[in-house]
Ligand binder design. Structure first.
Ligand SMILES: *[C@@H]1O[C@H](CO)[C@@H](O)[C@H](O)[C@H]1NC(C)=O
Ligand SMILES: *[C@@H]1O[C@H](CO)[C@@H](O)[C@H](O)[C@H]1NC(C)=O
Ligand SMILES: *[C@@H]1O[C@H](CO)[C@@H](O)[C@H](O)[C@H]1NC(C)=O
Length: 226
């Protein structure tokens, strides 16, 4: 009796989760960039800045800067504006592709893609988004957004501690929930069983009393008859 109810609840939860995942697909979410690239592979440098008011029309230009590890200064490496994309540093010539918002200058995703990452690409990247919001074509609001990505280049992919911890937590919570469910089921089963016994005992008692009083009545009748 209890199991189907719990399964149903689980099913509903799973359905709800998938609905939320689907709904968040189209909306803008400010996901942080990864920070570990593998040498020789490609890497996406993420930079997402959602508009606070999605209904207000806006345009944005993007400028990426880079400061190699151990060096003091940033220098421009890439820009994206009404003239299109431009690679501005020989270090990255033919190695950067636009991975951000497409077919629109209303840019919320200013991510770029690095091909053939080398160890020299380690360092700090900064993405500047200069956004102009037009309110009813009457006044414009200028917004500067600045995001930083600290990139480490490794020879082989390693798993971040965060990912390991979250996996362990996942198992702990799954097992915890199962145990809790089991305890709940046993508890309920016992309660029902006890209630059933009680009811049986009461019924038996009632029957016994009924029989007893009936036989007393009979006895009385017999006595009266004598
Ligand atoms: C980013 O750009 C690279 C190279 O053009 C492409 O292979 C990759 O699929 C793009 N990723 C996204 C999420 O657009
Ligand atoms: C990346 O490196 C491979 C092998 O060295 C080369 O064939 C390829 O053209 C490179 N890609 C880019 C975009 O530089
Ligand atoms: C990395 O930088 C060093 C020193 O500037 C240079 O000698 C080397 O050729 C660079 N390596 C690559 C793969 O660009």
């Amino acid at each position: 009796m209890m199991l189907p109810a719990h399964l149903l609840l689980l099913l509903v939860l799973v359905l709800l989760c998938s609905v939320f995942v689907y709904r968040s697909d189209g909306a803008c979410a400010e996901v942080d960039s990864d920070t570990e690239a593998v040498a020789g592979k490609g890497f996406k440098l993420g930079c997402i800045s959602c508009k606070r008011r999605s209904e207000v029309p806006g345009t944005a230009t993007v400028q990426w800067y880079f400061r190699p590890k151990g060096e003091p200064d940033f220098f421009p490496i890439y820009s994206y504006n009404e003239n299109g994309p431009t690679i501005e540093s020989d270090l990255f010539m033919d190695r950067i592709d636009w991975n951000g918002s497409k077919r629109s200058l209303d840019i919320q995703d200013a991510s770029i893609y690095l091909f053939n990452v080398t160890f020299n690409d380690s360092g700090t990247y900064r993405c500047f988004l200069n956004r102009i919001l037009s309110y009813d074509n009457e006044y414009e609001y200028n917004d500067e957004i600045d995001k930083v990505v600290h990139l480490t280049v490794v020879a082989k992919a390693t798993r971040g501690t965060a990912s390991i911890v979250s996996e362990v937590m996942m198992y702990v919570s799954i097992i915890g929930l199962q145990v809790w469910l089991l305890i709940e089921m046993i508890y309920c089963y016992r309660k029902i069983a006890a209630a059933g016994e009680e009811a049986l005992r009461e019924a038996a008692n009632a029957e016994y009393l009924a029989i007893a009083s009936e036989s007393k009545d009979n006895c009385a009748g017999v006595q009266v008859g004598e």
